[in-house]
Write a protein that binds this ligand. Sequence first.
Ligand code: BG6
Length: 453
Amino acid sequence: MNNPCSKIVDEGLDFIIFGSTGDLSHRKLFPALYNLYKDVKYKDKINIIALGRKEIERDEFLSTFTPFIENKDKIEEFFGKIIYKKCDFTSTDDMNSLSQYLLSRCRSRIFYLAVPPLSYEEIISSIGKVGLQKECIEHKTFTRIILEKPFGYDLSSTKRINRLLLSLFKETQIFRIDHYLGKEPIQNILAFRFVNNVFENIWNNKFISKIEINLLEDIGIEKRGIFYEETGVLIDVFQNHILQMLSIITMNKPKIMNDEHIRREKNKILQKVRLGEFIKGQYEGYTDEENVSKTSLRETFLFTKVFLKSKRWRNVPIYIKSGKDLKNKDTNIKVYFKKIPQESFSGDFSQNILDFMIQPELGIYLNFGGKVPGEENKVTNIKMEYLYTNYFGELKSEYEKLLIDCIQGKQMNFASTDEIETAWQITDRFEKRIKNIKPLIYKKHSLGPELPI
Ligand code: BG6
């Protein structure tokens, strides 16, 4: 057979979205692609092929995501970059037609699976059947695949999906997205730890007494009853965002700072996670939400104490807390340093705390003891603060940054096969323990159930 790309070679990138009519595509993906389009580097390179099972008029499709785009100055031009194609991935005819279309263009391609994990296997197989996973060596095009979270629904489904993926794609072509890894303050943690001698040298149990990881939300489940009944806090955010934060804050410094070594170290530390006591909560009224069972035991709040089976972190508890419909939105990681036994000073100074503020405020603050003016030996808590807004302009959105990483083939901010499987091992173990436990009911907009710390 003739090389299908021998006729037309067009430098550029086809961005093919499965599930383009879904909520995630409207809210996150298209606004990120629009911003990417506004970047001169990518403007003429990107073409979007939006796929959906339904026959929809082009204008109707375009109007689905337009409300989520803030500054619409280039929206008409951007529309010109989008093709909507009806494509049922279970239909051989539809997939053949997609394949003919894409192969005749011979461009690099990124598949984006903005669909629930239940559809992953069928879509990946369909891509494989029509040979779209292949890269054209002659014209140096690449093919990559981005998969949304949750990746799988437990360890065994995840392993199955991974096996299938790896039978068609190389690890370097697979990008499992977790938007937390696109957050600037999270990306900053490794830099902060590894370039600042003052901190990395004391990053261990000799100096650190405990760590807290908080992902607190003031919103509820927002009409996602069906999804939430299957996931709860555990699968929705613990399996991915929280375990990622945990690995980044505690991992060892890789020998080489590259994607492969960083991801390997993250996986190593995840393998050392030992789950301790936990508290499971549910906000009052959760069982009255649409598509939620009246007798649901699903957690909308989870607190747990974790230890790491490592010399560096021996006896350092890590407290993890996450919940919906709480008083405030607040995501942070707090590192508490041991107190120096004190006789010479009085006052209310507690201890050194490094607070990585992820949102709504972005930055870091260090709590330290400072002398109270006019008092001889009295010390109090002082905040040394770094806020992004004081140093940097507007930041790119998480999705936009991760899309750029994928285009550039950078995998550091995506979960590897090993990491995702280890994260699921922990999650499955946790799920078994909490599954049949009755949740403690907490009031909406409160601090959640009472905790033992
Ligand atoms: C998503 C979860 O992955 O993360 C949502 O599915 C959650 O339930 C969201 O609200 C939190 O993201 P962020 O960036 O607002 O903290």
